[in-house]
Design a binder for this molecule. Structure first.
Ligand code: ADE
Length: 397
């Protein structure tokens, strides 16, 4: 994997020479190149920031050095005419970086990181970069760091260790916290009885001392559940539904589902509920409108413990019968990012009759996350959609 990182503190990233990631670099598994943003300035003071338009505290990183630095990264393709890197911009206002993100990003051949400092980077850099590569703002968590470098250290380690050959024992990747959506079980090593100097003899749980592997596996699973319940109860609900679509109850929607579907539409497109100029009506639709549409589409609903967590609808295009229309692909926000959307899309495609030659769907031209999912699934933009600000996407069946 190739990784580029642009920063004003290249020394910060020297830690990536150490330990397993350092070894992976030396072995050529990770080709990490660190660039000093100040090398792309042209004034005596190597200035990378300036005061914000409109006033306010702090400084803003100037667009020009960023354009030159990122152009340098893009142009250093080494003659590979492969895809551009995915550009990751660490920031507290980004999508949450999780183990699922690490797994997804570990599949990319090329990642680039842009470390912001001060109040952030001139917004026009994002626009410029988005026209040249996939750009994702990613946050480590709900707290503010002074800059992106610490986040890059964390992300490169989380992603890098998933690359084949970086961690010696592949099993240790499967057995750890967050894999499978649960926290890790407690671990012990010799001696079996340990005196902590406080007069208490602490012993290793009995089950671990015997050789009953099934009993040990059961104990460890129970410990994972108890730990997760105590420390991260939010993960337990998710873990119950991480098995994928096959673990959900599947039914074809009836008018009785309409009210919940209308709520799901709002939850999925919440950012469009307020603006008047919605690119289409789904977020604003009421239950009656949804119920009326059920007559024109075959709508599939998926439930976990009774809760509606996903839906998709399909039909033959009324005017182009060999086209299979797929619409309203929705996964509740708390379960997004774990592949359920892709599974729903595959299911929607599999429902097409054999004479269909094209799958069709439509989405907002600015829906980067959805466009990324559809592009990955083989869909390409085929033109402007009927609704303002929408695009149609198709794929050969
Ligand atoms: N930069 C500043 N705060 C950050 C955060 N929480 N995550 C990632 N990058 C950041």
């Amino acid at each position: 994997m190739r990784i580029d990182a642009v920063t004003i503190f290249p020394g910060y990233l020297a830690a990536l020479d150490l330990s397993l990631i350092g070894r992976a670099r030396r072995e050529g598994i990770i080709d990490l190149r660190v660039h000093d943003l100040r090398d792309f300035t042209h004034d005596r003071h190597r200035t990378v920031d300036d005061t914000p338009y409109g006033g306010g505290a702090g400084m803003v990183m100037k667009a020009q050095p960023w354009r030159e630095a990122l152009t340098h990264v893009l142009d250093s393709d080494d003659g590979r005419s492969g895809p551009a890197p995915v550009l990751l911009v660490p920031g507290p206002g980004g999508e949450r970086f999780t183990q699922a993100s690490a797994r997804e990003l570990a599949k990319a051949p090329w990642l680039a990181f842009a470390c912001g400092r001060y109040e952030g980077i001139d917004e026009r850099v994002y626009e410029w970069a988005t026209e040249r590569m996939e750009v994702r703002v990613v946050s480590l968590g709900d707290y503010v760091l002074n800059g992106g470098e610490v986040a890059v250290l964390a992300m490169v380690e989380a992603i890098g260790r998933l690359l084949p050959g970086v961690v010696g024992n592949a099993e240790s990747l499967v057995e750890e916290s967050h894999e499978g959506g649960l926290l890790e079980y407690p671990i012990y090593t010799k001696p079996a009885t340990w005196d902590g100097g406080d007069g208490v003899e602490r012993v290793v749980p009995e089950v671990l001392l015997g050789g009953n592997h099934a009993a040990i596996a059961d104990w460890r699973h129970q410990q994972r559940l108890e730990r997760t319940a105590a420390r991260r109860p939010d993960l337990l609900h998710d873990a119950a539904t991480t098995g994928g679509l096959a673990d959900l109850d599947h039914a074809v929607a009836t008018p009785a589902d309409a009210a919940e579907l209308a709520v799901l539409q709002k939850a999925c497109w919440i950012e469009m509920v307020a603006p008047v100029e919605n690119w289409w009506g789904a977020p604003a639709e009421d239950a009656d409108t949804v119920a009326a549409d059920l007559e024109h589409w075959s709508t599939h609903v998926f439930r976990s413990g009774g809760r509606l967590v996903g839906s998709v609808r399909v039909r033959r295009d009324p005017t182009e019968p060999r086209t299979w229309q797929i619409g309203r692909l929705m996964v509740v926000p708390d379960l997004q990012g774990r592949g359920l959307g892709r599974e729903l899309l595959a299911l929607a495609e599999s429902l097409a009759p054999p004479d269909v030659d094209t799958y069709w769907l439509n989405t907002g031209a600015d829906q980067q996350r959805l466009l990324r999912i559809y592009r990955k699934a083989g869909y390409r933009i085929s033109g402007e959609g009927e609704g303002p600000g929408t695009v149609d996407l198709t794929r050969r069946a």
